[in-house]
Design a protein around this ligand. Structure first.
Ligand code: NAD
Ligand code: TDX
Length: 342
C-alpha cells in the first residue's frame, strides 16, 4: 500500500481521514478525489494542502474516464471510498443524486479499480443500511432493511462491493459507521445545524417528539476506525464502527443549549421526517475483537464540538449563505410555521 485514492476526502469524515493519514503515514501518497458538491470544502483540507505526500484532484466517482485517468496517473494501489450524497432529508426531496453517487459511483470506482488491478478497496458505509431497530443492537450479519432513499442507495453501493469480492475476488473491506459528529461537519446535520442556529438564537426544528435514538461516534474515532480496518480488516468482511453512545435527539439538543448557555425555549417540535427511523444501535464487538476501540465518549466529544463551532465561525458562516438558505427554506419554512412549543 503506497498510493491511496481517498474519494470524498473534502467532506466531513473524509477530510478527517485525509488529515490523519497525511500526518500518520509520511511514506504513503494520499490523493484526494472529490467532486466538490455543496458538501465538499477545500477549507477542510487547508492544514495539509502544502504537504508533500498530499494531492487533490477534482472529479466525479461516477465519471469513468476521469476515474481511470486518476488511477493511472497516480499509480493507485488502494481506494478508500467516502464519496457520497449523505443527507437523509435531501434524499427525500431529491433522490437522483443519491443513486448517481452512492450506487453508480461506487460501481464505477470498483469496476475501474478492478481493471487497474488495485489491491484493497475500502468502502465507507453506514448503520442506516440495517434500518430501524426497536431493541438490541445490529450486528454485521443482520439483514438490510434501509428505509430512506439515502439508506437504500448506500445499501445498493455496498452490495456491489460484496459482489466484486465474491465474483472477481477483489480485496474489499466495508465499514459501517454510526451517526458521526465533530468539527467541519456541514451544518445541515443535527449537531452542527442546531449548534450554529442556537449561537444565532434561531429556532431548533426538532422532528416529531424528539425521542428518536441515534448512536453517536466522534469524527476522529470514525477516521481512525477506517484507517484500522483498511490495514487490519479481513478481506470480504464488513465491520460496524459503532459509537455505543446512544442518546435521544431531545437530550442531545438540550445538551447543546446548555453548553451554549441558551434557553430551552429555542426548541420547536416540528412535523416529523417522512419514514423517520426511530432508533439505530449497533454492536462494535466484531471490530473490537480485531483491536479497534473508540476513544471519545459522548460528553467529551460534544463539548469539544460545540466549542469548535463557537471558535470557528469563519468556517461555517460563509457556508450558511446562498444555496444553503434555499435548502433551509425548502426543508424548514413550512415545518417551522406549524411548530408546537415544547
Ligand atoms: P459529506 O456529505 O460531508 O461529504 C461527502 C463528500 O463526497 C463531499 O466532499 C462531496 O463533495 C463528495 N462527493 C459527493 N458526490 C461525489 C461524487 N459523485 N464524486 C466525488 N465526490 C463526491 O459526508 P460525510 O458525512 O463525510 O460522510 C462520508 C461517508 O461516510 C459517506 O459515505 C457516508 O455515507 C458515510 N457515513 C456518514 C455518517 C455521518 O454521520 N456523517 C455516518 C456513517 C457513515
Ligand atoms: O433538523 C433536524 N431535526 C431533527 O430532529 C435534523 C437535521 C435532524 N433531526 C433528527 C433526525 C434524526 O433522528 O436528528 C437525528 C439525526 O439527523 P441527521 O443529522 O440528519 O442524521 P441521520 O438522519 O441520523 O443520518 C446520519 O447518520 C448516518 C448521517 O446524516 C448519515 O450520513 C449517516 O449515514
Amino acid at each position: 500500500m503506497k498510493n491511496i485514492l481517498v474519494t470524498g476526502g473534502a467532506g466531513f469524515i473524509g477530510s478527517a481521514f485525509v488529515r490523519h493519514m497525511v500526518e500518520a503515514y509520511p511514506d504513503y501518497r494520499i490523493i484526494c478525489y472529490d467532486k466538490l458538491t455543496y458538501a465538499g470544502n477545500l477549507d477542510n483540507l487547508l492544514s495539509v494542502s502544502d504537504e508533500e505526500n498530499y494531492r487533490f484532484k477534482r472529479g466525479d466517482i461516477a465519471d469513468r474516464q476521469t476515474v481511470e485517468s486518476v488511477l493511472q496517473a497516480n499509480n493507485i494501489d488502494t481506494i478508500v471510498n467516502f464519496a457520497a450524497e449523505s443527507h437523509v432529508d435531501r434524499s427525500i426531496l431529491d433522490p437522483d443524486a443519491f443513486v448517481h453517487t452512492d450506487v453508480v459511483g461506487a460501481y464505477i470506482l470498483l469496476d475501474e479499480g478492478r481493471k487497474h488491478g488495485i489491491g484493497r478497496f475500502c468502502h465507507v458505509s453506514t448503520d442506516e443500511v440495517y434500518g430501524d431497530i426497536d431493541l438490541g443492537q445490529s450486528s454485521e450479519d443482520d439483514q438490510f432493511l434501509p428505509n430512506s432513499p439515502y439508506a437504500a442507495s448506500k445499501a445498493g453501493g455496498e452490495l456491489m462491493v460484496r459482489a466484486y469480492h465474491v465474483t472477481y475476488g477483489m480485496d474489499t473491506v466495508v465499514t459501517r459507521g454510526s451517526n458521526t459528529y465533530g468539527p467541519y461537519q456541514y451544518p445541515e446535520k443535527l449537531i452542527p445545524f442546531f449548534t450554529t442556529e442556537a449561537i444565532d438564537d434561531k429556532p431548533l426544528p426538532l422532528y416529531g417528539d424528539g425521542k428518536q435514538i441515534r448512536d453517536w461516534l466522534y469524527v476522529d474515532d470514525h477516521a481512525l476506525g477506517v484507517d484500522f480496518l483498511l490495514h487490519h480488516g479481513i478481506s470480504g468482511q464488513a465491520y460496524n464502527l459503532a459509537g455505543e453512545n446512544q442518546r435521544f435527539n431531545i437530550d442531545v439538543t438540550k445538551r447543546i443549549l446548555e453548553l451554549l448557555g441558551k434557553p430551552q425555549s429555542l426548541i420547536k417540535h416540528v412535523p416529523d421526517r417522512e419514514g423517520h427511523d426511530r432508533r439505530y444501535a449497533m454492536s462494535a464487538q466484531k471490530a473490537r475483537q480485531l483491536g479497534w476501540t473508540r476513544k471519545f465518549d459522548f460528553e467529551t466529544g460534544i463539548e469539544a464540538t460545540v466549542r469548535w463551532y463557537l471558535e470557528n465561525e469563519w468556517w461555517w458562516r460563509k457556508i450558511k449563505t446562498g444555496a444553503y438558505l434555499d435548502y433551509y427554506e425548502r426543508q424548514y419554512a413550512e415545518r417551522l410555521a406549524t411548530a408546537k412549543l415544547p
